[in-house]
Design a protein around this ligand. Structure first.
Ligand code: ISE
Length: 337
């Protein structure tokens, strides 16, 4: 079965997903790309021989589209996911599912009411080889019981005018919130947050300390104005050993008494293979109806949103905030554990 895909949003991530579905994966066919900007939709659709449009509702309603990739602005993710569920379409939604946990709950309620799991969330780091090896080392007992996980997430500069420290928590940090849950198999119980000041007046880094329900500590630094390059690092510390992430490195220049390696300008090269694996898993999910073993569900989207809200409050109020999650519904337990 060829999975016929529609993409909502023709920005950076819409374009990346369009290329993956159109050129990198067998079994997927790109039918339509819509964007609020008709010229942007036409330009991207034209590259891949897909139709262009501006109306997400019309795309979701098309009987010749099986599955929808949502890559529009964060605040549209939950309403569009709900529309897809109503139309019985499978969805791969870019993170976050919503910046508001209450909207994630609405998505979960709608999915549960439909009785079939259809929503996969774009937490692609779960499919990254380095995080997978980190998790496997822990599961295989190579480092003993996990004690701490340290995470560094640095972007060259923040994405757009209007970016705030809160958005570092609701838009960038969800990757770490999710992948640390994935690696540790734990949930969060509390968070504390700090934001050192930058003399440049730009949005400063946000540093969070999270406590898990298994007594571990997770540290997260998100710096959206690191200036020097896109840099993601991480280390999982166990009682008898530790595992560090290692970014793929294809070359190194030695000259003038120096050894030089380069950084990419954004996250796409670092996680290119993870995106391909994630989207491959989504295609398999649409065909088989079996939710991907490593995939992030609407429940995982909710978990990331709840911790993000607690992180924003912790930063604003300058105190430790307790994380208040609902119990995991049976519907997600059966399929994702
Ligand atoms: C962006 O939205 C992403 O999803 C990237 O993966 C991340 O590195 C970046 O910080 C986010 O703003």
């Amino acid at each position: 079965m060829v999975v016929r895909i529609g993409i909502i949003g023709a920005g950076v991530m819409g374009a990346d997903h369009a290329k993956i579905f159109a050129e990198d994966l067998a079994g997927a066919e790109l039918r339509q790309i819509v964007d609020a900007d008709p010229a942007r939709a036409r330009a991207l659709a034209g590259r891949f021989g897909a139709e262009a449009g501006t109306d997400p509702g019309a795309l979701i309603a098309r009987p010749d589209i099986d599955a929808v990739l949502i890559a529009s602005p964060d605040f549209t993710h939950a309403p569009l996911t709900l529309a897809c569920l109503k139309a019985g379409k499978a969805v791969l939604c870019e993170k976050p599912l919503s910046p508001l946990s209450v909207e994630c709950l609405q998505v979960m309620e709608a999915e549960i009411a439909g009785g079939v799991q259809r929503v996969q969330l774009g937490f692609m780091r779960r499919f990254d080889q380095s995080y997978q090896e980190m998790r496997a080392a822990l599961c295989d007992g190579l480092i003993g019981r996990a004690v701490m996980m340290h995470n560094f997430h640095r972007n060259v500069e923040n994405p757009a005018a209007g970016f705030t420290a809160d958005m570092a928590i609701t838009n960038s940090a969800p990757h770490e919130f999710d992948v640390a849950r994935f690696v540790l198999g734990a949930d969060y119980v509390a968070v504390t947050a700090f934001s050192p000041h930058l003399a440049s007046g730009k949005v400063g880094p946000v540093v969070m300390v999270l406590e898990t329900d298994q007594g571990q500590v997770v540290t997260i630094e998100v710096n959206n104005n690191a200036a020097y390059g896109y840099d993601v690092r991480g280390e999982l510390v166990g009682e008898t050993g530790a595992v560090s992430l290692s970014a793929p490195l294809h070359s190194r220049i030695d000259r003038g008494l120096q050894q030089v390696t380069t950084y990419a300008a954004d996250w796409r090269p670092r996680f290119a293979e993870a995106y391909r694996r994630q989207n491959r898993a989504f295609i398999d999910f649409v065909r088989s109806g079996v939710f991907p073993a490593d995939g992030a569900s609407a429940w995982d989207g909710y978990a990331a949103s709840v911790i993000a809200e607690a992180g924003v409050r912790a930063l604003k109020e300058g105190r430790r905030v307790v994380v208040d999650m609902i119990a995991q519904p049976e519907f997600y337990r059966k399929r994702t554990d």
